[in-house]
Design a protein around this ligand. Structure first.
Ligand SMILES: [Zn+2]
Length: 117
């Protein structure tokens, strides 16, 4: 595989600074990971998990809340229920993935985007 020099055309990462530190930590502990799925919840908590090239989890799911020791009471109760998710995306670390690969992984991991025909 040749090394891709060009910047990807699509906007793929919208991670905040506070999230990036967490993402970097997850990537460090997940050698098979090609990116980290970020799930933002309406309460302000976050869930993250590394994903591998096949769209399978490459780390445990990490739930946290900025500036807090633990996630909120609601999340502890429902584990960040899907209907409270406000945003999901993958912060990609592997620059060699094609857009098709990314879409495939996103659909498998996030499950909220239809495959393009
Ligand atoms: Zn919460």
């Amino acid at each position: 595989m040749t090394k891709q020099q060009n910047k990807p055309q699509t906007v793929m990462s919208r991670a905040l600074k506070s999230e990036l530190a967490m993402i970097a930590g997850i990537m460090e502990g997940s050698p098979d990971a090609v990116g980290v799925a970020v799930i933002r919840l309406e309460c302000g908590c976050r869930k993250m998990a590394a994903v591998d090239r096949k769209g399978d989890p490459a780390s445990k799911i990490i739930a946290y809340r900025d500036g807090a020791e633990s996630i909120c009471a609601k999340c502890q109760e429902d584990h960040g229920a899907f209907h409270r998710v406000t945003e999901t995306f993958i912060d990609w670390a592997d620059q060699n993935l094609s857009d098709d690969d990314k879409v495939e992984i996103e659909v498998k991991v996030l499950g909220n985007r239809p495959l393009p025909q």
